[in-house]
Design a protein around this ligand. Sequence first.
Ligand code: PMP
Length: 425
Amino acid sequence: MSTNTQTNRVTSSAATVDPHLRRGPRGFPLLPGGYGRSTYYTGAPSPYAVRGQGCRVWDDRGRELIDANNNFTSLIHGNAHPEITEAATKALSSGASWGIPNLYEWELADLLLSRLPDLDQVRFANSGTEAVMSAIRIARGSTGRERVIVTKGGYHGTSEVALAAGGAANTRGVPRGVTDDVTRVPLNDTEFLRQAIESAPDAYAAIILDLLPNRAGLLRISEDFVTTARELATRYGIVLIIDEVISLRLGPHGLSGEYGVSPDLLTTGKTIGGGFAVGAVAGLGELMSEVDPTRPGSLPHGGTFSGNPVSMAAGAAALRIYSESEVKRLNSLGDAARESVQARVADVGWEVRGQGSLLRAVPAGTEKVDAETQHRLWWESYDRGLLGSPANLLSLSTPMDKTVADEIADRLADAVLAVAAGERN
Ligand code: PMP
């Protein structure tokens, strides 16, 4: 059990002037809401990070936290890993980025594609959002069709098509023409998927799936649903895109490798940049040739910082260190952590979901966890020195060992029990 009762919680009381919300010259916080990313939001202004080392992060109050947020799962090797820092620094000292190709792109392409043996080529971008946006355009360009299938609650970044997956709550500001082209299928409703496609088989350009969607409470997509999606895509000439921005870490060949399914395009990001901005679309040569500039009429793809040497060099170091044995070691640490938390929270009506090195505690049976519960669990975890994502998605990193994983499990279970006790009062 965690004995650490120190609390650094910041209240949002109007009487306290919070340094995070420092006012600008016109009386507004310098950043909208005081945040540089809306996805940081945890209900009240959070302390900010000042330093990270290995699997620990320190905040501006001097508080030490176990970093299981890992910048939203991207720091697979934790903070400031020496080999990654060295690779990035070496690249940076030769110039941050250039306007002609660089060899680091080839190196990362080779390392990534060797993990995706069914796919032929890759294009790099600066984020998962960009990768998904490009994959959808490649699918539309190659099929000449427009409609896209997503699963309800899936999250694929903040491009307009991707936002439509989240439903009406996420599509203010997105043109109707965009949302009209997106069909949302309930998670694991194979019959719905089949009917949607068979009612208009020539309309669909792509099916896009995240096999372990965090926004849908980290519920796994069923084998049956994935197999059916693959079969229907093949039969009707639809491009199957598997979004592995988060899940690539879960197997030596990604989570699609664990399912034994071959996508036509695979999008990824996060871990493959070693902590630097990155995204990638990997795919079959025939599809990837859509962005081959040597072909007349190819689709536009650019990005001033796409394939920049620092992200590529850091990413190559990260993939090299993330060996098959490390994938397995982290996954089994995660399995044990889930089991131990589950044993302690089941009685209070909570459960722990996830796979391998990803875990998340949620009220049992829920698909969509309400924001207030998420915020309460985040703060209860934080107060116990455990840093998760605002949705309380926890990810392990390679600097962690069994002692740290046990500590994560203890702190998480304590936090869940505190939230559940609060609910009962
Ligand atoms: N796809 C998935 C499955 C994601 O989880 C995310 C981000 N968490 C994205 C796409 C978007 O990636 P990024 O934040 O790098 O734009």
